[in-house]
Ligand binder design. Structure first.
Ligand code: NAD
Length: 245
């Protein structure tokens, strides 16, 4: 484990969300002070400064990134919103704005929450490594914009400029305050929609406990240095074993 970086200020874009709030809580435990940037405020915590705004607005971002050396970007429209224009505006153009704001504000490290689905073509992937190519036919438009977003962030990694980036790719995230994954499964079961087996019943899907996802983000952030091999790279993140589905 790494030493906490006491007195460091970081920002969590999307810090009001499910993953973002868990990340904020762990960062506080580790001695960081945190600026949350989000279109909504969902809680209050000592040590956290909230900045309400849209990440497509560079000026709004700049005021939240003042004196910040490390940024986590875990904001996205919900995949279920199924709104092409919104995904494109927030995940692609908004991420370009985030990168530009980081550069203007002198931020040194950017950690992106990507998604394991960026390499999913609709066929089985078991023990898939990061050398898998991006999906040529992504499963939906949300995933297509997650691919573009990840490429933008990783290509922005620039050691001479002192701007280092890394991406973490979780698949389904579960844990306390999960607003989507488990509640959606429970609803489906209650409505009798879980009586069917697709395939031969041996399908696997990867779910990761939210604290493990948070841990992966913080390890990546704290190891991101100019001499580190993780600069500009994506990392899958998972529990030890996939869950039988
Ligand atoms: P969430 O919806 O709980 O949180 C996302 C947050 O982003 C929300 O608080 C929302 O208000 C904020 N946001 C949305 N648009 C914004 C904008 N334009 N400007 C500022 N803030 C904005 O989602 P989550 O489950 O916590 O997901 C976090 C990240 O993890 C996302 O990037 C998502 O793609 C990724 N991810 C999630 C899962 C999962 O199973 N939950 C799996 C893989 C990847």
């Amino acid at each position: 484990d790494c030493l906490p970086q006491v007195s460091k200020r970081c920002a969590v874009i999307g810090g009001s969300g499910f993953l973002g709030r868990h990340l904020v809580e762990k960062l506080l435990d580790r001695g960081y002070s945190v600026s949350v940037f989000d279109i909504r405020q969902s809680y209050e915590l000592p040590g956290v400064t909230f900045h309400q705004g849209d990440l497509c607005d560079k000026q709004a971002l700049l005021s939240a990134l003042k004196d910040v050396s490390l940024v986590f970007h875990c904001a996205s429209p919900a995949p279920s919103s199924d709104d092409r224009l919104l995904f494109e505006r927030v995940n692609i153009r908004g991420t370009q704005t985030v990168i530009q704001a980081c550069l203007d504000a002198g931020v040194q490290k950017l950690v992106l929450t990507s998604s394991a689905s960026v390499v999913f073509e609709g066929t089985d992937v078991k023990n898939g490594k990061e050398d898998l190519p991006y999906a040529k036919k992504p499963i939906d438009y949300y995933t297509q914009t997650k691919i573009e977003q990840e490429k933008l962030v990783l290509e922005a990694c620039n050691k001479p400029k002192g701007f280092l980036t890394v991406a973490i790719r979780p698949h389904g995230i579960f844990g306390p305050r999960d607003p989507q994954l488990v509640p959606t499964l429970v609803d489906a079961a209650r409505q009798g929609k879980m009586k069917f087996i697709i395939g031969d019943g041996t399908n696997l899907v990867d779910f990761t406990y939210v604290e493990n996802v948070v841990h992966g983000h913080i390890l990546a952030a704290e190891h991101l240095r100019a001499d580190s091999p993780i600069c500009g790279k994506p990392y899958h993140i998972t529990n030890d074993e996939p869950i039988r589905f």
